[in-house]
Write a protein that binds this ligand. Structure first.
Ligand SMILES: CC(=O)[C@@H](O)[C@H](O)COP(=O)(O)O
Ligand SMILES: NCC(=O)COP(=O)(O)O
Length: 246
């Protein structure tokens, strides 16, 4: 089955936050994306709430529950106590744990699974006890992924930033794709399902989907929001779904 598309609403929230006004509406554009066929919505709340605000989460949860009960809600972020309580209050289908520092402008690396395993283990256990699917954001590096399974994770999310940055470097893109493919295969061998995200575009998705046939989900925000400004959200979602192979 082609990878499912989860639309990341952070970039829309960032645009909204330029003013103390309720537009563009994060929930409204989430609704349009799901109505156009997207399979889920992703948010990545950060402690300073510079994109998604904590108050957006119950509204997104209600949108899915009331209007799109088959859609998935994915919450991404660094597992502080504040983040974990936010997750527990809003009951997503999936939690993607990301090792980003509050000062980072965006996510730019995956977990050091060996070095940070002791920190992650109780966090994964706590989320699993709540019945949530847990995914760990990882670099495209095949070695050591069994550790993610040992920690209790269900999935990994491949950090595709280095692949995305090869948009005008075809040889580099081929090298990154091979690295992503080997990492995905190592994850599958370890019993983990595979998600991917960061700087994915309509242009670079088809090759990724071909390289990783087992890809379960892609979460996409920045390029999808840029395209939505040009083509409108419904047409953009259809273009991204087609790029995934739907
Ligand atoms: C983990 C990841 O790659 C995304 O969550 C990314 O951080 C999107 O969030 P921003 O667009 O707010 O950086
Ligand atoms: N997990 C990655 C994500 O949600 C979106 O990243 P981007 O498309 O905004 O780079």
């Amino acid at each position: 089955m082609p990878a499912r598309l989860s639309v990341n609403l952070n970039a829309i929230a960032m645009l909204r936050n330029r003013r103390n006004l309720p537009w563009p509406s994060v929930v409204g554009l989430g609704r349009i994306a799901l109505a156009a066929g997207a399979h889920g919505l992703t948010v990545h709340p950060r402690p300073d709430q510079r994109h998604i605000r904590f108050s957006d989460l119950p509204e997104i949860r209600a949108l899915i529950d009331d209007e799109f009960p088959r859609a998935e809600f994915n919450i991404e972020g660094f597992p502080t106590e504040e983040f974990l309580e936010l997750v527990e209050r809003n009951e997503p289908n999936q939690v993607t744990l990301v090792p980003d520092d509050p000062a980072q402008s965006t996510s730019d690396h995956g977990w050091d699974l060996a070095g940070q395993g002791e920190f992650l283990k109780p966090v994964v256990k706590r989320l699993k006890r709540r019945g949530l699917r847990v995914s760990l954001f990882v670099d495209p590096e095949p070695a050591g992924l069994e550790k993610a399974r040992e920690l209790g994770a269900d999935r990994i999310e491949l950090y595709t930033g280095p692949y995305g940055s090869c948009h005008s470097n075809p040889q580099g893109a081929i090298r990154e794709l091979e690295r992503l493919g080997r990492t995905a295969d190592a994850a599958t061998a370890a019993g983990l399902a595979v998600n991917a995200g960061h700087d994915l575009t309509v242009a670079n998705l088809p090759a990724l989907a071909e390289q990783i046939p087992q890809l379960a989900e892609v979460s996409i925000g920045h390029a999808l929001t840029a395209d939505a400004l040009e083509f409108g959200m419904p047409e953009t979602v259809r273009r991204f779904l087609a790029a995934c192979g739907w």
